[in-house]
Design a protein around this ligand. Structure first.
Ligand code: HEC
Ligand code: HEC
Ligand code: HEC
Ligand code: HEC
Length: 211
């Protein structure tokens, strides 16, 4: 009889433990299904304000940064709004019965930065005339502008909306919904718009060449 009591106590204690474990496991599981975390991500992206490319220029146009701003300004991305006023755009727009491509959501959605964000998220220096800017690829900077420039603070910067662009991002615009789309080869395309912080050797080489 004594033995049976002990067995019952042990079984009861074990099931309590299992139950406790299951509950502790449930919590993180419940909050991490992909759809939910994706929703949270888009909600976050929408929260951050756009500040405009001039805010990046003051630091990232320095020689030590490889003049990233000027490099971007020389790419077609910087002219993506302007191109909508050209002859080709007018012809494309006419084909789909759009009168003014620069005023149509159907074109602006890929040809300017943050078109779908609400007006209150567009700062003083934001201008759709800047086309596809830094913030189209790296995320709206209202919050990470301050946090991202500190060393070893990447985690916080990412939480504040800083993005590391990948092919997945490019094809949100470079896809068949683009009326002039042919094909998108990521590696090749990346070469045409890439920028990086020059290494010491690269900087020395530039100096020697008198740039
Ligand atoms: C006050 C100067 C300053 C301004 C303004 C600034 N940055 Fe930076 N940025 C930095 C510094 C410094 C780093 C390097 C941080 C580090 O050491 O990790 C950096 C790093 C970055 C990186 C690389 C981050 C990584 O972890 O790989 C990106 C992308 C970036 N900045 C984008 C931007 C964009 C976009 C803007 C404008 C919206 C901007 N920055 C404005 C100073 C600045
Ligand atoms: C899904 C995103 C997307 C939409 C929507 C979009 N575009 Fe574009 N557009 C692009 C991309 C990406 C390129 C560059 C590569 C290409 O042609 O696909 C581009 C390039 C262009 C070019 C330059 C083509 C050239 O050969 O020089 C014109 C003109 C243009 N688009 C007009 C329009 C007009 C007009 C509309 C609205 C009716 C529109 N686009 C809607 C993404 C888009
Ligand atoms: C917000 C939408 C958007 C995103 C995101 C985007 N692009 Fe573009 N891209 C465009 C538009 C619009 C054009 C056409 C601009 C023009 O012709 O004036 C373009 C043009 C280009 C061109 C020039 C194409 C040509 O025919 O000369 C290259 C290369 C390019 N993009 C590469 C990339 C890469 C690589 C990424 C991702 C790292 C990317 N783009 C992300 C919208 C976008
Ligand atoms: C078409 C998308 C696109 C646009 C527009 C863009 N970038 Fe980038 N940027 C990238 C990609 C892709 C990388 C490389 C990311 C990586 O290596 O992880 C990058 C890297 C960087 C880095 C890190 C460089 C390094 O070597 O550490 C900085 C800083 C940066 N971008 C700043 C800017 C600024 C400032 C602008 C606007 C003036 C801008 N970017 C516009 C796509 C873009």
């Amino acid at each position: 009889m004594k033995q049976l009591t002990w067995i019952l106590i042990v079984v009861f204690a074990a099931s309590l433990l299992c139950w406790g474990f299951a509950v502790s496991q449930e919590k993180p599981k419940a909050s991490t299904p992909k759809a939910a975390s994706e929703k949270a991500d888009t909600a976050k992206v929408k929260e951050h304000a756009y500040v405009g490319a001039s805010k990046c220029k003051m630091c990232h146009n320095a020689k030590k940064w490889g003049k990233i701003h000027d490099k971007w300004a020389a790419t077609k991305h910087a002219g993506a709004y302007a191109v909508l006023a050209g002859e080709k755009a007018q012809a494309v727009a006419k084909g789909v019965k759009i009168e003014n491509a620069q005023k149509s959501d159907k074109c602006l959605v890929c040809h300017v930065t943050g078109h779908e964000a609400s007006a209150k998220l567009k700062g003083e220096k934001y201008s759709m005339e800047e086309g596809v800017t830094c913030e189209a690829c790296h995320g709206p900077a209202g919050d990470y502008l301050a946090s991202h420039k500190k060393k070893d603070n990447e985690k916080q910067a990412m939480a504040d909306g800083l993005m590391k662009p990948t092919e997945e991002l490019c094809v949100t615009c470079h896809n068949e919904d683009s009326p002039t789309f042919k094909e998108f080869k990521y590696e090749e395309a990346l070469k045409l718009v890439a920028h990086h912080k020059p290494t010491k050797e690269e900087l020395e080489k530039e100096k020697a060449e008198g740039k």
